[in-house]
Design a protein around this ligand. Structure first.
Ligand SMILES: [Mn+2]
Length: 341
């Protein structure tokens, strides 16, 4: 009875899925690459593999494409899916998942103009495709893929539940962020009924607790080097290529650092700038309540969500650092003038 209620609630968005589901079910729609964005996170990893697995259940040839490798922490959810390698067949159709803009397809992606379908939850999705479904109040793309599975009458099982749970837990910071809604919890409750609590607890431990020694070194650096501005409301930390190299060579150890730069109880927004191997600089901003990270990053050539946004910048590090801090301070002063901050 409870599961039926959850299923019905999860189908409240179902109408919008019909045209895309119809395309997917067409026999001509086969040999599909499901594309995850470069530098894949939990949401796009779980959503893309979950969707490819669903397509496999429909008897289709489907594989996941990603410009970058998936981290070892995903092995336990990905290997039970037994998906074919993308090099095993020539792709005819392309579905982009959790990809807000074409740059996220990765450099040298040869099929940018051939995207058939987009499933996403980023408000400003600029990927061109024949069919698009963007549900911006979905906390994770995993919620959208779950509903797609229900619309397509895909049989849920533990491997699929683990994939979609990974996606949803990932983008909500394990159900802590304010993008988490009652539908997010219903989706999780639905997925929980297809596996055991121990498995989900293990995934939570892997994604949210376990850290490598090198990651702990990076976190230690961020916590001790964050500079505070505007009465501590802005936390900023920058890591040049040299500073990063002294800590670790693993690029993934530098993901999601902006949350650490706002851990101080006075701090509204955490901002991180660090240099990537190609010489570009990655800017990330995460806020607690009123600081609009999307418009902040838009002023610096990027974009994203209200409380989580980013940009890729080119130029001299210290010049960019000053520009970023000035922009954040300017915005914070506006919030103070408006009585928001
Ligand atoms: Mn996402």
């Amino acid at each position: 009875m409870k599961m039926i209620m959850h299923k019905q609630a999860l189908l409240t968005r179902a109408e919008a899925f019909a045209p895309l589901a119809q395309t997917i079910l067409s026999p001509d729609f086969d040999n599909i690459w499901v594309i995850a964005h470069c530098r894949p996170d939990e949401d796009c990893t779980g959503s893309s593999h979950g969707l490819a697995y669903m397509l496999k259940k429909l008897g289709k040839n489907a594989a996941v494409y990603c410009a970058d490798a998936f981290e070892a922490k995903y092995d336990s959810i990905l290997s039970p899916l037994n998906l074919p390698n993308r090099d095993n067949f020539a792709p005819c159709h392309f579905i982009a998942v959790d990809i807000a803009s074409t740059e996220l397809l990765g450099k040298n992606f040869p099929y940018t103009d051939s995207i058939d379908m987009v499933f996403d939850h980023h408000l400003k999705n600029t990927v061109e495709a024949k069919q698009k479904l963007v549900i911006s109040d979905a906390a994770a793309c995993g919620e959208i893929i779950l509903t797609l599975g229900l619309v397509l009458h895909i049989e849920m099982d533990a491997p699929l539940a683990h994939c979609l749970y990974t996606a949803i837990a990932g983008d909500t910071g394990c159900f802590r962020f304010s993008n988490t809604t009652h539908l997010t919890h219903l989706a999780a409750a639905y997925l929980y009924s297809y596996s055991d609590p121990e498995s989900f607890a293990r995934l939570n431990r892997i994604y949210f607790e376990e850290k490598t020694k090198s990651r702990l070194r990076v976190e230690g650096y961020v916590l001790t080097h964050t500079g505070y501005y505007k009465d501590g409301k802005i936390g900023f930390v920058g890591l040049t290529k040299e500073e990063k190299d002294a800590l670790t060579s693993r690029e993934s150890d530098f993901d999601q650092l902006a949350n650490l730069a706002k851990q101080c109880s006075d701090t509204e927004v955490g901002i991180v700038l660090h240099t990537l191997a190609d010489g570009s600089h990655k800017l990330s901003a995460r806020s607690n309540s009123y600081f609009d990270c999307a418009s902040f990053c838009a002023r610096l050539g990027g974009g994203g969500h209200f409380k989580a946004a980013g940009s890729t910048l080119w130029g001299e590090f210290s010049f960019l650092k000053n520009q970023i801090i000035d922009t954040a301070v300017e915005l914070m002063e506006k919030y103070q003038r408006d009585g928001i901050a």
